[in-house]
Ligand binder design. Sequence first.
Ligand SMILES: [Zn+2]
Ligand SMILES: [Zn+2]
Length: 347
Amino acid sequence: MLPTRGYVAKGPASKLEPFTFERREPGPHDVLIDILYCGICHSDIHQARDEWGGAIFPMVPGHEIVGRVARVGSRVKRFKIGALAGVGCFVDSCRRCASCKQGLEQHCEEHLVLTYNGTEKDKKTPTYGGYSSQIVVDEKYTLKISPKLSLPNAAPLLCAGITTYSPLRRFHVGRGQRVGVVGLGGLGHMAIKLAAAMDAEVTVFSTAKAKEQDARRLGAHAFVVSKDPKNLEALANRFDFILDTVSAPHDLNAYLNLLRRDGALALVGASPEPLAVEPFSLIHQRRTLSGSLIGGIRETQEMLDFCAKKNIASDVEVIPIQQVDAAYDRTVNGDVRYRFVIDMKTL
Ligand SMILES: [Zn+2]
Ligand SMILES: [Zn+2]
């Protein structure tokens, strides 16, 4: 076994603290990655504080991982020692079900092995995430990172990047299309960059007028203060696609009504309370309401390659790991532009 250092939450109310645990020895298909940077995703906080229930403690969070390959198993083909590598929200799946076979491992019908707060394929051994010195992952679930990308900025692509890229692709966002992005946080800022790079005309909806300059800098063509319903009403039946990244309760109908005929709205933010849908918001213009969950390995690689080609990555604030609790509080308060990333050499 490989002794590994990390930061751990021992319970829902405890601060994160240093921790030592063991990783498995790399098997024939595994790569050992020395972790260089790990993003702080809002879902790390929900899970470390057990806000979604069922949390497994002690918990080492982190699923926006980039690093360098330090060792490869005897049958590994895609990675060499010294290569850059990334790990996202899951590290294995059943590989047999219809979803796995279609490259949609995130929807594995048997057992998705989450990067942390989950269990290995034996459904017993807990998994530990990226707030740690190293990780061992099957090469099939390891992503290639282009040296063109800045590493700390690339880390959040592994969750925030694919979460926004996948629905944009699924709904065929492209040149000349009108795309709305609701909310400008960690997910929203990636959605703007990606949709603009796909040549869409991007409009950002935010409650905070102060974010307009940032939205435009990130690539938005228009900015709408969503607090005033009149601002939305003026844009009815206009959008091809809307990506809703807001994780607080809000009026979905106000946004559905902005879609043209056959337009679609996809949710990637998870409101803790149900969102009411007026049937006529969907019946009129036969609109679609959808959701989206990260992305499969194949599509995650496609997104990373797209980002390298278009020179896109996350806007980040790099912190030493000792500041992780303060970063959690600031993330909850929306006080980050737009993602915290832990510099793992401070561990
Ligand atoms: Zn995440
Ligand atoms: Zn499966």
